[in-house]
Design a binder for this molecule. Structure first.
Ligand code: 9MR
Length: 582
């Protein structure tokens, strides 16, 4: 007889590859039906069955319990890796219940990879999303951005305050309607890197977008929507790049085409040129120039324009090394005040390294390589919008056969930096309650922790590409399992993918469109230990770091979506697909 779903059985709600690890984690605490599944000494059986519960296809025993070091709760593993037959199944724990149904199959994560890439299409600004591409989430264009004010913080003789510029297109950054160069930087770097790392596989990701029938991979067509916007954010006179294009205040929870308001709070401004924006821009444009080079026929001159833009940005950066973004200081000096996302990074050291590396790799000019110290210390931090240094090492490692003699000398250092990061992530995974690199330490649960998990996955994939050591790939896959449901809150964090998924993300179109299902393929920021204090959304029920998540649209600190979180999800899901033993 089929049991009911138990929320205590946590697993990847999409599924598993026939030849890869397959585990569910059984957590203690939430089932009040007298189950002994989590008693540490009970060797409890479990089965894999057909969804109707009628046919048992595999039987096993739960592991001994491990203590979750963050919550103190016990967790046990149901390992059914030995079962390899394709199909749809549930994990059944007698007395406890069954899991959500999932698949075992060769290309099981392809829909997630494609869906997450399609998520970017839904974020497109300044264009209608017709029904034939957007389905029930079709909507009229918003934010044409043809008349963007030069904010006084950005004024120059040729572009004085009160003048305007055209800066259309781009993706909405997140649940809000602004666009920020810093966050676009790592997002674009991550997507372009997927195409550079897996060029053939990249072509197979087709998302049904208006450009799907041209010769470019859809991933590049999608990226061009944002790249063309980014190009408009460079002041043509001096090469500096505006930090962001924004309203003074966040829009209300309305559809994009309804965002205008008569009180000027919806006026759009290009804000202060900064060193971090300009260097991120330089890195992206240098990389884009490389990636777009083969498409000279379709995109005449674009690769060269990108490289010119990158070098001009680099020149501006050399002359303005101290132009950090400090929103409070800016608001003291200029009107109108701006209260939207700051992306205010106080240290541009990593942006220098990323820009130098990409410019070097595209031009093969050692002058870029030697302009900054690319290896200031041996520790490699995880990439984030504020920490782009590892992207430099990813690119140097990727193009390791094309380096100049000067670059080749340092190849051992590049490898050491990457393996230092990946080895730390891979270490002790088996001891962790959820057996994922993600969440071994409570400090992983920050704002946007889903991107922590995804970026850890990318770091592990990079190590796998360098070493061919499958333990890195397996660890990366475990983090995809994390994102799709094997975690302390039991959500698959990707809208529309899985059974228990965010239904109320902080995402203006999803809130305002009157459709029950949120826009699909968007990665919720996820568990965030400090979310309650940060967004003050009512309804949080716990302060345990790995459990603070609220599927409510006011929970912007745990349930917003953002392009810099979606991009590493696209990368991770696509890379494990590309690398799977089929
Ligand atoms: O992702 C950003 C996170 O690292 C910061 O802690 C947080 C607060 O400054 O801001 C996040 O970025 C938001 C941005 O400022 C505005 N658009 C939505 C972004 C995601 O929440």
């Amino acid at each position: 007889q089929a049991q009911s779903v138990s929320e205590s059985i946590r697993l990847n709600q999409i599924g598993f590859y026939p030849n890869a690890a397959k585990v569910a984690i059984i957590v203690a605490g939430s089932d009040a039906n007298g189950s002994d599944a989590n008693r540490p000494d009970a060797a409890q059986p479990f089965q894999l069955t057909t969804p109707d519960g009628k046919q048992v296809v595999f039987s096993g025993t739960l592991s001994a319990a491990r203590k979750n070091v963050i919550s103190g709760k016990l967790a046990r593993t149901a390992d059914f890796s030995a079962f390899k037959k394709a199909g749809t199944y549930v994990v059944n724990v007698p007395g406890l219940g069954r899991s959500y149904p999932f698949s075992i199959g060769a290309n099981v994560h392809r829909p997630v990879a494609v869906g997450a890439l399609k998520g970017f299409y839904y974020q497109r600004m300044s264009t209608d999303l017709p029904e034939r591409y957007a389905g029930q989430w079709h909507r009229p264009a918003g934010h044409p951005d043809n008349h963007v004010w030069i904010h006084p913080s950005a004024a120059t003789a040729t572009r004085p305050a009160g003048s305007t510029m055209a800066s259309p297109r781009g993706w909405y950054d997140a649940g809000d309607y602004n666009k920020y160069i810093v966050n676009s930087g790592i997002t674009m770097g991550t997507l372009l890197s997927l195409c550079e790392d897996f060029p053939d596989f990249c072509r197979t990701l087709t998302t049904n977008i208006p450009e799907s029938n041209n010769r470019l991979p859809d991933l590049l067509d999608e990226s061009l929507w944002n790249l063309r916007w980014m190009l408009t954010m460079q002041d043509p006179d001096d090469g500096g790049v505006y930090h962001k294009l924004t309203n003074p205040k966040f829009d209300g929870m309305v559809m994009p085409d309804k965002a205008g308001s008569p009180d000027r709070t919806s006026d759009r401004y290009a804000i202060q040129k900064t060193i971090t924006a300009t260097l991120d821009f330089a890195a992206v444009m240098a990389q884009a120039s490389r990636v777009l080079k083969p498409y000279g026929r379709e995109l005449p001159g674009l690769a060269d324009s990108c490289l010119t833009a990158a070098t001009k940005a680099w020149q501006w950066a050399k002359q303005n090394p101290n132009a950090l973004y400090d929103q409070e200081a800016m608001n003291r000096a200029f009107d109108p005040d701006v209260t939207t996302g700051a992306y205010g990074d106080r240290n541009a050291g990593d942006e220098w390294i990323w820009a130098a590396a990409e410019l070097y790799l595209t031009t093969k000019d050692d002058a870029y390589y030697t302009a900054v110290d690319l290896f200031p210390d041996a520790k490699t931090q995880l990439p984030s919008w504020a920490q782009v240094r590892p992207l430099a090492y990813y690119s140097l490692a990727r193009l390791r056969n094309q380096l100049t003699a000067r670059g080749q000398q340092d190849l051992p250092k590049v490898k050491a930096q990457l393996l230092q990061l990946a080895d730390g992530l891979r270490q002790d995974v088996a001891k962790h309650a959820f057996q994922t690199p993600m969440g071994k330490v409570a400090s992983d649960y920050i704002w946007g922790s889903s991107a922590v998990a995804a970026n850890q996955g990318i770091a592990l994939i990079q190590a796998y590409r360098l070493t061919n050591d499958a333990t890195y790939l397996n660890a990366a896959l475990a983090n995809l399992d994390y994102l799709l449901g094997r975690n302390a809150v039991g959500y698959s964090f990707v809208t529309g993918f899985g059974h228990k998924t965010p239904m109320h993300p902080h995402h203006r179109p999803s809130v305002a469109d009157g459709i029950d299902a949120p826009v699909p393929g968007l990665l919720s920021g996820g568990t965030n230990a400090n979310a309650a204090r940060q967004d003050k959304c009512p309804g949080y029920t716990t302060t345990v770091a790995d459990e603070v998540f609220l599927d409510a649209d006011c929970s912007y600190a745990s349930n917003e979506i953002a392009i810099n979180w979606n991009a590493p999800l696209v990368y991770l899901a696509a890379a494990v697909e590309a690398l799977q033993q089929k």
